[in-house]
Design a protein around this ligand. Structure first.
Ligand code: FES
Ligand code: MG
Length: 592
């Protein structure tokens, strides 16, 4: 398969060796020679390989890529390529205000321009922290030049007094201890910091481990690459192999559109259920698919993924962390279990190493069956999402497998209708409103109420806030009620395990049904029919709609930056991947 591409066909030759335009060629060459590159490296037979660098001091989760890029370079040069490292707009989940999610599309746009507008023949996508993975895959999808993803790897396991402490999940725990007076401010900081003992991304099954695993399940990483912890020697070795491989991919002209096919996305959805992946995954994979022109929506997530069992025992759903996941066999071991049961829909899907997913993973047996469960002994059955619809929204997803027995008793105890419940809606407009009013006794919240969060979607809270998972009022917590049914147009952190109904689309700020809901309305949720409705007559809804329009629509805070404003004007709903309008009509632009 390793036939060498004719150097004259390399994309970079349009810049560096264009016989039709020797003057421009000279001008392009002149400046790239000025830091020591040679003519042989630029205009000879060597493909020019970009390393899309997401690491920086602003992005601690991906910062180790600055080191790893050295091994990527070694691999690229060893295979006969020339390297150009490309800075990517930073997206740090824990550092960016108001939310890192706002910047996914900005990083996407800027990387598209870098790959399209410069002499790049192929690219290594350095992925890791939550939104870096989809942003880079989306750019690779639009430009469609040979691309391979390379994960930074998770942090080492966190420990505190002998117990594993995992990213994000420890924060929920620390909040409880702090509220109960069992730790002070310093203790809070110490406990939380214990979960981050090294370089790398979150060591729990949050959005980062999810998206890195799915990049591998899509076929975009070398097998086993997703889960190797950042400081392990194997991580550096994988960098070298990845660097070598991308050069061959350029010679083979193996493009993202040949790897990220409809079949690959179906495989990824199935793997997402088996690993217990984040509810952010449908937003991001739907986005990557749109940029490739592959049809994919939340109905597909339910159809393909809902009945798949949960195999990976990682926090927040289970006990273990990233190092354990890698040692147990990582993504290849999960895929192998699915293969054995005939649950991987497309073993023949092609991956970046030129082999199929089935070839890469068959026989990769589980090493620690505590951490990755054998397919016959899953942690849960039906670990995927359902897609709910009704007069509240057109689409919202829910992970039904995390509904606790206590929750089921409280909401789903009607023997005639065991999968449905009705409740009184209590509506909050954004996270500030929630924090201000949740403990107000005048709201009369009881253990059968349904809490609603709106104004938290891509437009309302630009980028979408991770706030749908709301705590009950203190007086209910004291009675032992630790969670209420929550529904909203925002997101939920991948490190939280609540059974919320979230990512509701269209959002209130776009005039979705949620904008018409009032505190006190009855709502009905049917998990069997997958419906969610407010029990309000059509006439009343029409009157409310008119009144909303007369008021000028659902109120929103001002944009705080130019990008927030452009984002709001262009963004599409979560169900459509939160992609930018029109951007998804540009395809294959690196091959024109
Ligand atoms: Fe960056 Fe979790 S915050 S990976
Ligand atoms: Mg998050």
């Amino acid at each position: 398969m390793t036939k060498k591409k004719n150097p004259a066909d390399l994309r970079s030759r349009q810049w560096f060796n264009n016989p039709d335009d020797p003057e421009m060629t000279a001008l392009y060459l002149e400046r790239y020679l000025n830091y020591g590159l040679t003519l042989d490296e630029l205009k000879g037979s060597k493909p020019i390989i970009g390393i899309a660098q997401t690491g920086s001091d602003l992005s601690p989760c991906n910062r180790h890529h600055v080191e790893l890029a050295k091994r990527l370079r070694d691999g690229i040069i060893a295979a006969g390529g020339t390297v150009m490292e490309i800075p990517v707009h930073p997206i740090q989940e824990t550092g960016k205000r108001p939310t890192a999610s706002l910047d996914r599309n900005l990083a996407y746009l800027s990387l598209v321009e870098s790959l399209f507008g410069y002499p790049i023949d192929g690219v290594v996508l350095t992925i890791g922290c939550d939104k870096t993975t989809p942003a880079l895959l989306m750019a690779a999808a639009t430009v469609n030049i040979p691309a391979i993803a390379f994960s930074v790897g998770p942090m080492l396991n966190g420990f505190f007094r002998g117990q594993r402490t995992g990213s994000g999940t420890i924060v929920w725990k620390a909040r409880e201890l702090h509220a109960a007076g069992l730790i002070d401010d310093e203790g809070f900081a110490e406990l939380v910091a214990s979960s981050a003992p090294s370089v790398g991304y979150c060591n729990t099954m949050g959005t980062a481990t999810t998206m890195n695993s799915l990049a591998e399940a899509l076929g975009m990483q070398l097998p086993g690459s997703a889960a190797i912890p950042a400081p392990y020697r194997e991580r550096g070795q994988m960098a070298y192999e990845t660097g070598r491989r991308i050069v061959d991919m350029v010679h083979e002209d193996l493009k993202p559109s040949q790897v990220m096919t409809r079949e690959a996305f179906e495989n990824a959805i199935v793997v997402n259920s088996a690993i217990g992946g984040s509810t952010n995954a449908p937003i991001h994979l739907n986005a990557v698919a749109r940029h490739l022109g592959v049809p994919l929506d939340n109905d597909d997530w339910q159809k393909v993924g809902h009945e798949i069992p949960l195999l990976v025992n990682l926090q927040p759903a289970g006990e273990y962390l990233g190092e354990d996941y890698h040692r147990a066999g990582g993504v290849p071991a999960v895929v192998n279990e699915l293969l054995k049961a005939g649950l991987l829909p497309h073993p023949d899907a092609l991956t970046v190493n030129g082999k199929t997913m089935g070839e890469n993973c068959a026989g990769r047996e589980i090493v620690s069956p505590d951490v990755i469960k054998p397919i016959g002994e899953p942690m849960k059955t039906h670990a995927g999402f359902i897609n709910l619809k009704g007069n509240l929204f057109d689409s919202a997803i829910m992970k039904t497998s995390v509904i606790s027995e206590e929750f089921r008793q409280r909401y789903l105890s009607n023997p005639d209708d065991p999968e449905a419940f009705e409740g009184r809606a209590v509506v909050f407009d954004g996270p500030e409103d929630f924090h201000k009013r949740i403990d107000d006794p005048a709201l009369g919240i009881d253990e059968h109420c349904v809490l609603f969060m709106r104004g938290a979607g891509p437009i309302g809270y630009p980028g979408g806030a991770e706030v749908v998972n709301m705590r009950p009022p203190s007086y209910l917590i004291k009675k032992g009620i630790s969670s209420l049914a929550c529904i909203g147009d925002g997101r939920q952190s991948g490190t939280s395990g609540s059974p919320s109904i979230l990512n509701a689309s269209p959002e209130a700020a776009a005039g979705g049904g949620l904008a018409l809901l009032k505190t006190g309305d009855r709502v009905r949720i049917d998990l069997k029919k997958c419906t969610a409705d407010m029990l309000v007559s059509d006439d009343d809804l029409a009157a409310r709609r008119k009144e909303l329009e007369d008021r000028g629509g659902y109120p929103m805070p001002e944009s705080q930056s130019p990008w927030q404003q452009y984002f709001r004007e262009k963004v599409q709903p979560f169900s459509e991947g939160m992609t930018l309008k029109d951007a998804d009509t540009y395809r294959d632009i690196g091959n024109r």
